[in-house]
Design a protein around this ligand. Structure first.
Ligand code: ADP
Length: 318
């Protein structure tokens, strides 16, 4: 059994009479990417601050990398790295100096510190910029430096608080690549985001934070199956084949103009096989078969009481 890098139980936090977290449970296996998803103000940063010992919870327990958050806060801090909205980058000094400062903070011997800094600057494509003040860096470079600085201490668990908010599309994709590479060495990534696409792209498991609680949790695929709207679409070029299929597939909705049939389906292998088997045995050939799964936007709106998801199924052709 894989052990948990983060295990939290009943986390609560209020500011004044505003309840931000109202009993949050989390279980994040080691070496995975976990995404806490929620709109602005949902409490994502509060959760990160609690789990990284920056803020004390009003209730609940958590273990991070095997250490109790309350009783072993020092050990927790030694095992984690945090980056995000509260960037640690000092703009007045160069990227390299920022890295060496981090190495000092982690009490690395001088030569070891230089080696680690050089290696990370190289890995994050910051060699050319290393001797320039961080104030001259673009948003993407600053985020890369921030993550590089976090890695100096060799953390086992990394908290990334909205790592791509405000980045241009190219920098966002670079950041996604970096995040994927972080877990290859067994590191665990706890990522907060307000972008469904980002969670879908990166996370092994996703938890949707709504009204201070986890409204749903699972892989992107599992979450998508929670909402209606998934279907298989069969398109025909031969009107006779279309009519025969429409007559035989009772529950299908047909569109005579485009010779297309829509069959409600979760898109699972089992359901696809039964549709294909049926077509084969009836000797009917469809021009095209596409699977349409609801995307995370549909899930999010369905869970948080927004627009009905089933009205506008998104196209996800596989
Ligand atoms: P998110 O990261 O999801 O945008 P936050 O955790 O930053 O959400 O904030 C959740 C809620 O808690 C917000 O309504 C915010 O105003 C409130 N909040 C956060 N920190 C404090 C604080 N130190 N004092 C008072 N209210 C706070």
């Amino acid at each position: 059994m894989t052990s948990l890098a983060i295990a939290a139980n009943g986390l609560r936090k209020s500011y004044g009479d505003k309840v931000v977290l109202d009993g949050v449970d989390l279980a994040v296996p080691e070496g995975t990417i976990f995404s806490l998803l929620g709109p602005n103000g949902a409490g994502k940063t509060t959760a990160v601050k609690i789990l990284s010992t920056l803020v004390t919870a009003d209730g609940g327990q958590a273990r991070i990398a095997g250490h109790d958050l309350a009783a072993q806060a020092r050990a927790v801090r030694a095992a984690i790295g945090v980056t995000g909205q509260f960037s640690a980058v000092d703009n007045l000094i160069t990227g390299e100096e920022n890295m060496l400062l981090m190495a000092d903070l982690h009490h690395l011997p001088r030569s070891e510190g230089r080696r680690v800094a050089a290696e990370l600057l190289e890995r994050f494509d910051l060699v050319e910029a290393a001797r320039k003040p961080a104030s001259t860096y673009s948003g993407g470079m600053r985020r890369r430096l921030d993550i590089a600085m976090t890695l100096v201490g060799g953390p086992r668990v990394i908290f990334l608080d909205e790592p791509t908010t405000g980045l241009d599309p190219r920098s966002r994709h670079t950041m996604w690549q970096i995040i994927r590479e972080l877990v290859t060495g067994g590191t665990t990534v706890f990522l907060t985001t307000q972008y469904l696409e980002e969670a879908d792209e990166l996370a092994d498991r996703i938890a949707v934070l709504h009204d201070g609680r986890i409204a749903a949790e699972g892989s992107a695929e599992e979450l998508k199956r929670l909402v209606p709207g998934g279907h298989v679409r069969l398109r025909f070029t031969d009107p006779a084949a279309y009519r025969r299929a429409a007559a035989a597939l009772g529950e299908a909705t047909g569109d005579d103009a485009s010779l297309t049939l829509r069959i409600a389906s979760d898109g699972s292998q089992r359901e696809l096989r039964s549709i294909l088997d049926w077509l084969d045995s009836a000797g009917i050939e469809a021009e095209e078969l596409t699977v349409h799964t609801p995307d995370l936007d549909d899930v999010f709106f369905a869970l948080t009481g927004g627009a009905p998801a089933a009205d506008q199924p998104k196209e996800a052709v596989r």
